[in-house]
Design a binder for this molecule. Structure first.
Ligand code: NI
Length: 278
């Protein structure tokens, strides 16, 4: 298995969720992007977690043709989320290479912010995404039931008739950790699911059982780099080139060629984020 293939048969992949602006990449960012391209990664979506990181994500999208950005405030960073934050996000979201709002959501693992603060910031950003017609990138950690309640209400009350409702998909549940029932409900809201490095872990039995049951037109792959490095790099700094390892594991679980798996996940990612062919 050679992840860094350079021959013409290299499948085209998209890393739909990474954090390229993080300091982990300050020493060798050019090389990281170059290795991704060599591995067949045609596009990388670098995800905002607060205003500063969202601005940095846009700067990288301006610097590298293959990089696109999302802007948003993560639930752990929403303590001072207010009207000024929302106004600034609206401004940043107008950039040509901004392809989504995120990552936004709920995270009950950490307690730097209260559930009430998190829900307020989440709802305001969901409403902004619907208004602007940009898909949402959802972070969910130990908050399954509240995420379901929030997205169910948004899909029922806010999304219909909005600019976002005219797009192929409304958003992605990133690094999906729910069950089949939650996946099926997410399809009803117009969502796709993101699969990341943990699917390659030998002990990820629950994910290995779930993935073959997921809709193959509703799944995209991601690294969440610098985090969640796939096997055999678990615990090391992750990078977008390693989305190829996620594609290979997914192909194995689906009983499909890597090429076909790449073609399907790449087509879904392009539809989600509105990325041009290239
Ligand atoms: Ni992330």
């Amino acid at each position: 298995m050679n992840v860094y293939r350079t021959n013409a048969a290299t499948p085209t992949l998209i890393d739909t969720h990474c954090h390229l602006d993080m300091p982990h990449f300050d020493e060798d960012r050019d090389a990281v992007v170059a290795r991704a391209k060599e591995a067949g990664v045609a596009a990388m979506v670098t995800i905002g977690i607060d205003l500063a990181h969202s601005r940095a994500a846009i700067a990288l999208a301006e610097q590298y043709d293959e990089v696109f950005a999302t802007v948003g405030v993560h639930p752990n960073d929403c303590a001072d989320f207010g009207p000024d934050t929302l106004a600034e996000l609206r401004k940043l979201a107008g950039h040509l290479k901004v392809v989504g709002i995120g990552e936004i959501g709920l995270d009950y693992y950490w307690d730097r912010t209260t559930p009430e603060q998190q829900k307020r910031a989440f709802r305001e950003q969901l409403a902004l995404a619907a208004e602007l017609g940009l898909p949402v990138v959802i972070h969910n950690r130990e908050a399954h039931e509240d995420i379901r309640a929030e997205l169910r209400a948004w899909a029922r009350d806010v999304l219909p008739g909005s600019k976002l409702a005219r797009r192929p998909f409304a958003g992605v549940l990133h690094s999906f950790s729910g069950d089949l029932e939650m996946a099926q409900e997410a399809y009803e809201w117009g969502f796709v699911l993101g699969v990341a490095g943990p699917v390659t872990f030998k002990n990820a039995r629950r994910l290995h059982a779930l993935v073959p049951q997921l809709d193959r037109e509703r799944l995209i792959i991601e690294t969440d780099a610098p985090f969640l490095s796939p096997h055999p790099f678990r615990g090391k700094r992750n990078e977008p080139a390693r989305v190829a390892l996620v594609a290979e594991k997914l192909a194995e679980l689906w009983g499909m060629s890597v090429d076909e798996t790449a073609a399907r996940t790449t087509a879904t990612a392009r539809r989600l984020y509105g990325l041009e062919k290239g």
